[in-house]
Design a binder for this molecule. Structure first.
Ligand SMILES: *Cc1c(COP(=O)(O)O)cnc(C)c1O
Length: 370
């Protein structure tokens, strides 16, 4: 079957992880595998990283309890696992059962947790809002809450963290304000003999872009998957692409002058031309915004996508070139000297690389190598 497929280069994933390891030498590394490892396949990526043995991640991170349960059920049992989702107190026993640490992220839940009777120990991390403004206990409310929780039976504070809102920006002034707030809370805890456990703040952007923010652990996602979080961060660590996307030409046809391509007739042949279609569409994450605005590589040469992207199909204009049914098409990745990066996709789709890889359709099979 000549289907569209995604190739995941696990050896590049491991190399990227090791590059982050050396950048954050001596720190713990939490490998973020939420959202199916940003579309790369959670279980496979996590297992590849676990295979690094003594270098393997100190923690994994997911965004939802259900993702954490899936990771545990896939056989990744030993690595500590943190769930970033704001903990809902009725889920407490579920977290304990699956050996997943929740994040306590708001004052109301903290009150509920303080009142809750727990049968066994619940290990938690605390998310402190120092300026993100989405979730997290406000930094100015945090001390009293942590103090009460620190003596609560069957609750163990394993860690404390904050999230940068602008770590990927050249302008570091707001990140500095967030650090000041976080550090002053940490100082107060220390002065009062309260141990908040593992302290962490840095995402990939902070690892690449900011100094003095690594604390005990860094939490990296994008950098492991081989893309820089923004155009403003220095490429202070060399990252290798992990995801490629290939397809095969399913139909080749010759159009006469004036004939059109696809729904809405968004391409009309100005002269006789050959067009080639491949089986991928917006249902697979090939965004409709890319209509008439994308180039793919066939035999080392770029060809323009034409017409509106449909749900399952797109077309390319091959002009008078000899293009054959079954020929391989590179949509993301490299062939000879031609390359299409996830940043190329993002810029054309008015998006960011995160969204591009995360929304690569689940119907496209992933093939793992390395
Ligand atoms: C997703 C996420 C990360 C990873 O961010 P990257 O920019 O991909 O490195 C880190 N921390 C938290 C809390 C997250 O939700």
């Amino acid at each position: 079957m000549l289907n569209t497929y995604i190739e995941i280069n696990l050896s590049n994933l491991k190399k990227n992880f090791m590059s982050i390891r050396s950048r954050a030498a001596g720190k713990k590394i939490l490998a973020v595998v939420k959202a199916d490892a940003y579309g790369h396949g959670m279980a496979e990526c996590a297992k590849a990283l676990v295979s690094l043995k003594k270098n393997s991640p100190d923690y994994f991170g997911v965004a939802m309890l259900q993702e954490g349960i899936e990771l545990r059920e896939s056989g990744v049992l030993l690595t500590p696992l943190l769930c970033f989702a704001p903990m809902q107190i009725p889920d407490a026993e579920e977290y304990i059962k699956h050996n997943i640490m929740p994040t306590l992220s708001d004052e109301i839940s903290a009150e509920k947790l303080l009142k809750k009777k727990l049968k066994s120990t619940l290990k938690i991390h605390l998310n402190i809002d120092t300026g993100m403004g989405l979730t997290g206990i406000q930094h100015y409310n945090a001390y009293e809450i942590i103090k009460s929780l620190s003596v609560k039976k069957n609750v163990k504070i394993e860690g404390i963290y904050t999230i940068f809102a602008t770590a990927d920006k050249k302008d570091k002034s707001f990140a500095a304000i967030q650090m000041e707030r976080f550090n002053s809370l940490l100082k107060k805890l220390k002065e009062n003999g309260i141990n908040p456990g593992i302290v962490h703040a840095a995402n990939s952007a902070a690892v690449l872009n900011l100094k003095g923010v690594y604390f005990d652990m860094v939490r990296t996602g994008s950098s492991l998957y081989g893309f820089y979080p923004s155009k403003e961060v220095p490429k202070s660590v060399k990252l290798l692409p992990v995801m490629s996307l290939f397809s095969y030409i399913s139909v080749v046809k010759r159009l006469k002058k004036g004939e059109s391509v696809g729904f809405g007739r968004a391409f009309i042949a100005k002269k006789e031309t050959t067009i080639a279609t491949i089986p991928i569409g917006y249902a697979d994450g090939f965004k409709r915004l890319l209509s008439n605005n994308f180039k793919a590589i066939i035999k080392g040469k770029f060809y323009s996508q034409i017409g509106n992207v449909s749900m399952d199909r797109i077309a390319f204009n091959a002009g008078n070139d000899k293009i054959l049914q079954g020929e391989k098409v590179v949509l993301l990745g490299k062939e000879k000297n031609a390359e299409i990066s996830v940043w190329d996709w993002a810029e054309k789709a008015n998006s960011i690389p995160y969204e591009i890889t995360c929304t690569m359709g689940q119907r496209i099979p992933r093939v793992y190598k390395g």
